[in-house]
Design a protein around this ligand. Sequence first.
Ligand SMILES: CC(C)[C@H](C(=O)O)[C@@H](O)C(=O)O
Ligand code: SF4
Length: 472
Amino acid sequence: MAKTLFEKIWDNHVIHQEAGKPSIIYIDLHLVHEVTSPQAFEGLRLTNRKVRRPDLTYATMDHNVPTKDRFNITDPISKQQIDTLSQNCKDFGVTLFDLDNIDQGVVHVMGPEIGLTHPGKTIVCGDSHTSTHGAFGALAFGIGTSEVEHVMATQCLQQSKAKTLEVRINGNLKPGVTAKDLILGVIAKYGTDFATGYVIEYTGEAIRGLTMEERMTVCNMSIEGGARAGLIAPDEITFEYLRGRQYVPQGAAFDEAVDRWKKLTTDDGAQYDWVVEFDAESLIPQVTWGTSPGMGTDVTALVPDPQSFTTENERKAAEKAIEYMGLTPGTPMTELAVDYVFIGSCTNGRIEDLRAAAAIAQGYKVSPTLTAIVVPGSGRVKLQAEREGLDQIFTEAGFEWRDAGCSMCLAMNPDVLQPGQRCASTSNRNFEGRQGRDGRTHLVSPAMAAAAAIEGHFVDVRDWKFKVKQQA
Ligand SMILES: CC(C)[C@H](C(=O)O)[C@@H](O)C(=O)O
Ligand code: SF4
């Protein structure tokens, strides 16, 4: 019978099934960070159990890590979480990419980067943005702390089978429009819960044309559309990305792996439970105006009038969001001045993101009205950026160049907004207080964030080329 990609991976991993009950599936890779693992390790300790497969379990610290002076953690809770992870990894024999390791970084950046993420694997982590790894055609999703303990103890997980949703992207992205705009556009169109209960598979020409890093940006935000996970079928772009990475089979074993991975596509004639379509051709750069990732619009648009929404609930939500965000309906998005610019996170903290931001920033100066920071997603991203001289471009322009971590994506470390500050952020969530109490977050692409840093307010990056040409 013809199967979707999801069904193939699922069927390969179900190890026990009773009628009417959730399945038991096998987990190929368990990623661990300092926030959601302490109680799980403690649970093992209390019941005298071990990590069953330490060889399939990898840990790093990211959320609490300061991006300046990282060994001097002054916040007691952060320090405790980080020290506890180190001790737990020692006690349970789990490989840890520690603060002094080049591979330390945001778990969803460093995992794929060192080649832990492979097509067809089941991957879990106590973190919702585990969906990022679906870019490789892996079934990857976030789990809660009690499930973290369960996976540590058994390498299995109880799961109900999700429904399948094809998000078909028609046409190609236009210059200046990025993978970030694409996923923001999809969520703005369909809402933050359209994919609840589904695993998304992204298909279509525009997806095929994306690099692995761009695919990760798209899959990263699947969870913001409510999905259990997001998948992209592996292809030559995937295999080329993986070739030679540390945790990828080498030589003949790699070719054999590629032969297996090539089968991980949705068969002709396979049926998804639901299909939605999205037009890439007409998409333009996106900016969110509200307090959920679905409250987004074109950079050329105006802050919406809450009355323009169809349902009472939407009108109320928009009103509340606009008030929190300190906005006035009808204001052009390009007139919104920002106080802070954050370039980083597991959505947009990879080398291509930094290149895109640097390409905008090169030769310009950050507006004196704001603070702008660039935070590489991992130690290796930082190293690579420095090899390419991107750090120079950023610092000469007036951006601060930081060490790897989650940073200002969420307020769990010293990088926080002050109350009322407005931030152009390349991260994935704009909830109330996400970047600091009463902070105001607008989600954008790295190029859009860099351009806002220079102009002091949002600008349409498609005009940027124009500006560069005029100055040249
Ligand atoms: C702290 C962690 C549990 C959380 C998540 O699950 O996503 C964080 O990474 C986030 O982005 O909000
Ligand atoms: S970078 Fe942000 S979204 Fe990603 S894991 Fe860290 S806190 Fe979560």
